[in-house]
Design a protein around this ligand. Structure first.
Ligand code: ADP
Ligand code: MG
Ligand code: MG
Length: 204
C-alpha cells in the first residue's frame, strides 16, 4: 500500500482545519496545566504551513515533510514547535527522496520522528507529554504491517485520555507537580488529533 505525496499533503491541509477548529479546546487544556497557548501555537503554525502548501509543489513526501517541519519549527513557538518541527524533519529525512512511499516506510519514518522527539524533549513514557500518544502509536504501526485503523484510532484515544491520571514530569505542567493530575495533556491531545487524521487519510 502506498502513501502518496497527495495523501501526505491532504493530511497536513486537514490538520490545519482541525487545529483551527480545536484551537479553543487545546488552549483550554493548556490553561489548566500550562500557559494556555497550545491551541494558539498549533493554529498559528499550521496556518502558516497551509499558506506554504497553497503555493509550493512537492514531488516527494520527504520534501513536503522537511518543509513542514521547518515551518512548524519557526512558527509554532513554545515547547511544542521545536518538537513537532523535529518530528516532521526527521520523517522527511528518513524518506530521503523516495518517489513512492509504502505504509511500512511511513511507519519507519514516524519511528524516526519519535526518536527525534525523545532526543529533543528528553521525556519518557508516562511523563504526561505528547510521547504518551506517540510511543504507543508508533509501536502499533510497527507491529501491525496491515493496520486496522479503527483499532489504531481507539488506541490513540485511550492513550490521550490516559494522560489525565498522570503527573507531569516534563514541560510547564511539571511545575504543578501532583496538581497536574486530573487533566489531559494538551500536547497529547494535539498528537491524538494528528494520528486520527493520519488514520482517516490512510483509510481513504
Ligand atoms: P509551552 O509549554 O512552551 O507553552 P505548548 O503549550 O505549545 O508549549 O506545548 C505544551 C506541550 O508540549 C505539552 O502539553 C507536552 O505535550 C509537550 N511537551 C512539553 N515539554 C515536552 C518534552 N520535554 N517532551 C515532550 N513533549 C513535551
Ligand atoms: Mg503552552
Ligand atoms: Mg507557551
Amino acid at each position: 500500500m502506498a502513501f502518496t505525496v497527495d495523501e501526505a499533503k491532504l493530511w497536513l491541509i486537514n490538520l490545519n482545519k482541525i487545529y483551527q477548529q480545536e484551537k479553543m479546546y487545546l488552549s483550554e487544556l493548556d490553561q489548566a496545566i500550562g500557559d494556555g497557548d497550545h491551541g494558539i501555537n498549533m493554529a498559528r503554525g499550521f496556518n502558516e504551513l497551509n499558506k506554504k502548501l497553497e503555493t509550493a509543489e512537492y514531488h516527494t513526501t520527504a520534501d513536503l515533510f522537511k518543509d513542514a517541519g521547518m515551518v512548524l519549527l519557526s512558527k509554532v513557538g513554545g515547547a511544542s514547535g521545536p518538537l513537532y518541527g523535529t518530528a516532521f524533519i526527521k520523517a522527511g529525512g528518513a524518506l530521503k527522496d523516495k518517489e513512492e512511499v509504502t505504509k511500512e516506510e511511513l511507519a519507519a519514518a514516524l519511528f524516526e520522528s519519535l526518536e527525534g522527539l525523545k532526543l529533543r524533549g528528553k521525556a519518557r513514557l508516562e511523563d504526561k507529554t505528547m510521547l504518551d500518544v506517540w510511543i504507543p502509536a508508533i509501536e502499533f504501526l510497527q507491529n501491525h504491517p496491515k493496520v486496522d485503523w479503527d483499532e489504531f484510532k481507539k488506541l490513540v484515544k485511550e492513550k490521550m485520555e490516559g494522560t489525565k491520571k498522570l503527573e507531569a514530569k516534563k514541560g510547564r505542567a511539571s511545575y504543578l507537580g501532583i496538581r497536574s493530575v486530573g487533566h489531559i495533556d494538551p500536547g497529547a491531545a494535539s498528537s491524538y488529533l494528528l494520528f486520527v487524521e493520519l488514520a482517516r487519510v490512510c483509510e481513504g
